[in-house]
Design a protein around this ligand. Structure first.
Ligand code: MEV
Length: 310
């Protein structure tokens, strides 16, 4: 029996602009998805697993140049909410591919698993940047930039978010968006055709902010962090990926001195998935979240990436 787990991911900044070759900073988050594979004569698969198998197996067969695979039973358990910007699809692709390669006795190779996970993510997401799968595979804090179709700069950073910052994060689940990531990426692509200036400005501003965010995280500069997250969020709003209800929730957090932003693709109409919130005085933020009855959680960031559990 082989068990492989992958963490979730969060975009600190750079979602959407990453699709256009701009940098993004992502972190792994300590919500894990586990895939267990064991040899089985009569494996049973539900509809969802059959769909997943249809995506993953051809990628593995092509890579290993084999036509058939031995029978196996697949079990998936996950703490990562689906479709909420926490990288659930990247985690399932990476953990499944990692587990299946192990089961086939292929040497553990994160770079190979990441490359194949990107192939699988393309089926889910259409035109992903590759940032999500890279973060769940390598873990920690990641600087990501898609340079071209075949070249991605994936730089796992040598530092993690200092606890001075990370202990003041609270994550609010604003609900699963009506749209999937591929829809949101398409929406931005269409906006770029209709209003190129708006998207060009968004890309340039987001790139500048992501570059400023790096030393800010390293130094644990709270004031700068608040400014960058606020500006990054406003920028995301200019491309229409943050719904009205989520925007007004974010304005309330800003009004008490905090900062908040969507993390991932966002949502146009209803929920926008998990929103990252931060306040130098966490108690104030918690008070607001509780009085507004918002579903929230906290989680460790920068945890280990893909790993063999047993
Ligand atoms: C999705 O988690 C993040 C996006 O930037 C898409 C991508 O990078 O592939 C919206």
């Amino acid at each position: 029996m082989i068990k492989v787990s992958a963490p979730g991911k969060l975009h600190l900044l750079g979602e959407h602009s990453a699709v256009y070759g701009k940098p993004a900073i992502l972190t792994s988050v300590n919500l894990r998805l586990t895939v267990t594979i064991s040899a089985s004569v009569n494996p049973v698969f539900n509809r969802e697993l059959i769909q997943l198998k249809k995506i993953i197996e051809p990628i593995i067969k092509k890579q290993l140049e084999i036509e058939t695979l031995p029978n196996y039973q697949l079990v998936i358990s996950s703490q990562i909410p689906i479709g909420s910007g926490l990288g659930s699809s990247a985690a399932v692709c990476a953990a499944y591919i990692g587990a299946l390669l192990c089961f086939l006795e292929v040497k553990w190779d994160l770079s190979l698993i990441n490359r194949l996970s990107y192939e699988a993510e393309k089926v889910f997401q259409g035109n992903p940047s590759g940032g999500d799968n890279s973060t769940v595979v390598y873990g920690g804090l990641v600087w990501f930039r898609k340079e071209s179709v075949d070249l991605k700069l994936i730089q796992p950073l040598s530092f993690t978010i200092p606890s001075k910052l990370s202990k003041k994060f609270i994550f609010i689940n604003t609900g699963k968006p009506k749209e999937i990531t591929a829809d949101m990426v398409k929406l931005v692509r269409e906006l770029a055709k209709k209003k190129p200036k708006v998207v060009e400005k968004f890309l340039a501003d987001q790139e500048k902010l992501v570059k400023e965010l790096l030393p800010t995280i390293k130094e644990g500069n709270e004031q700068e962090f608040v400014r960058i997250i606020r500006e990054g969020e406003r920028n995301l709003e200019t491309i229409g990926v943050v719904s009205k209800t989520v925007r007004s929730m974010i304005r309330k957090i800003e009004a008490i001195g905090g900062a908040a932003k969507i993390s991932g693709a966002g949502g146009k109409i209803g929920g926008a998935g998990v929103v990252l919130t931060f306040h130098p005085d966490k108690a104030k933020l918690l008070k607001l979240i509780k009085s507004d009855n918002l579903p929230y959680f906290t989680a460790d960031l920068g945890v280990e990436g893909l790993k063999i559990e047993s």
